[in-house]
Each structure stands twice: as C-alpha cells, then as structure tokens.
Design a protein around this ligand. Structure first.
Ligand code: SF4
Ligand code: SF4
Length: 104
C-alpha cells in the first residue's frame, strides 16, 4: 500500500524551488479602464501560502505583516493566473464592478 503524500505547500518554506519570471508592478500600466474580471479572495479559505503572490505577472499582489495577500486592482490585469494557481481555489474571477474585495 502506498502512503498518500500531501504535496500542497502549507507554508512558505515548503514551496518548491522553481524558476519564474521577474514581475514588475504596472508593467501593463494601470488597468482599471480595461480589465474585464477582478480576482476576489475568499479570506475564510486562504491558507496564506503566497502562491498567488509568486505567480502574479504584474506584482499586483502584496503580502501584509499578517501574511495575508492583497490585490492592487490599479495594476491587476485580470488574467486569472492567481485564481488558477491558488491551491485552495479561494480566488474567484468576478466581472469588474460586480463586487468588491471582501474584508479580511
Ligand atoms: S488576475 Fe491575479 S495574477 Fe492576474 S494580474 Fe490580477 S492579481 Fe495578478
Ligand atoms: S489566495 Fe490562495 S494562493 Fe493566495 S495565499 Fe491564499 S491560499 Fe495561497
């Protein structure tokens, strides 16, 4: 019998070492006028793993002193990479203007 291994990172130290592009904030300029979808984090399910922060190509996600991610919609382009990569599937892509980021 094979033991199942939980490969989901539980904290930053368990994140796999991998290559990634170096993001720059605002590399596509401010996006508020043309973004179609907004990422909305369900903080009740967020494990604070930083995967979204790692993958965002616009560096639009910051981590506060409590390890909580925050998305800067001035620079988010709505690509949905964070939602796709989130291991907890707690980021929803919602039509812009239909909701605001839930309070932490
Ligand atoms: S949708 Fe997510 S990954 Fe894409 S730019 Fe916005 S915050 Fe970054
Ligand atoms: S939103 Fe998802 S990817 Fe981002 S820190 Fe929370 S659990 Fe991790």
């Amino acid at each position: 019998m094979v033991n199942e291994v939980n490969t989901e990172p539980q904290n930053r130290k368990q994140m796999p070492k991998t290559s990634y592009s170096r993001p720059m904030i605002g590399s596509t300029g401010k996006t508020g006028s043309w973004r179609i979808f907004d990422p909305v984090i369900d903080y009740g399910n967020c494990s604070k793993c930083r995967t979204c922060w790692l993958f965002c190509p616009e560096a639009a996600i910051s981590i506060d002193e409590d390890e909580t991610p925050h998305i800067d919609l001035d620079y988010c382009k709505g690509c949905g990479i964070c939602a796709e990569e989130c291991p907890k599937k707690c980021i929803a892509m919602v039509r812009s203007g239909e909701t605001k980021e839930a309070p932490v």
